[in-house]
Design a protein around this ligand. Sequence first.
Ligand SMILES: [Zn+2]
Length: 380
Amino acid sequence: MLNIPLFVWLLVVAALVIGILAGHHGWGRRWPRRLGRFHADYLVGLDYLISEQPDRALDSFLKLMDTDTETLETHFALGSLYRRRGEVERAIRVHRNLLARGLSAEHREQALFALAQDYLRAGLLDRAEGLFQQVSDGARLRGRALEALCGIYERQRDWAQALEVSRRLAAIGITPPRALAAHYQCELASHHLDRGDAQEARRLLRAARRECAPFPRAAVLRAQIAEREGQPALAYRLLLWALQEAPILMHDELAHLLRLAGDDGRDACLESLVRRAGARDFGELKGIVFAALAISLADAPPLREAMEMVIAREPTLRAVSQAVAGAPFAQIAAQIGALLARAEVYRCGDCGFSARRFYWQCPGCRSWDGFETHVIVKLR
Ligand SMILES: [Zn+2]
């Protein structure tokens, strides 16, 4: 019976036939010999396919194409098809077989790039890295190889190398987003901060700000340094600025900001946040209210009016509030706060990955700055 994999295989066979026939077009003198050999190997390969022995079928096809330099593109198509199907070992065999032949410089580069992609797909990052480096020395596929290298260094959290590759990309006119280099510098700064080297962390954060401004992430880290160095007032100003520039951080950082404000400064801080958000955007105001409820901060007077407004306008919260109708406000707020504390409040706009905390780089699809606020309150 013609199941789907076999159908795909037959398509490959068809591609090979077309490739080989096209490759020989105009070589009438060689037709009889080639066609004869092609027939034999084709039939052997087909026999293996029908008996569901794809590796032996591949052997047969690789042998068939061994000396046919005209069928290179078919070879590349076959390798790419294997990789897309997740049959990476077979893709690697195809591309290695290509590289074992005497290829032109251009085709050799293409085969190295394809093999590097196979290794990447197989999770063999070191091997992929070596080949992408090799390809990036040439001109034709340099940009794509450097982009792939950037991705590998990000996965390995090798931010220094990622930064260097982003510079090489910029040097050949493929300009990565300006924020990318700044993020790499913040990652490096964070690493140095963890090791206790605040001086190097500060230098890197200054570089990040030169790269991209305003850059709230650098301010958040700079606030951490100020706090560690016993400068809470400076830390407060930096964090407040970061939250005003990037209200999305509110859920993660509000408790920290209020700690820096101190008991005496708490209400003034909340009042200024609410006033500013109210004048700018309801979503921002909602973010403050949600963040405050999640840290059991329902009793702060500056928040009361904003909380009632948000609960009235949010269908889920309104439902919760109606379910406990008649109860004191503090009890309603506590109930909603408990739901919010275990809710996933962030989601990646690119891939849909959702999380309880904020990520500058999505753990799902590795895109940068793609997280947005998206409260999913689970009622159970
Ligand atoms: Zn994502």
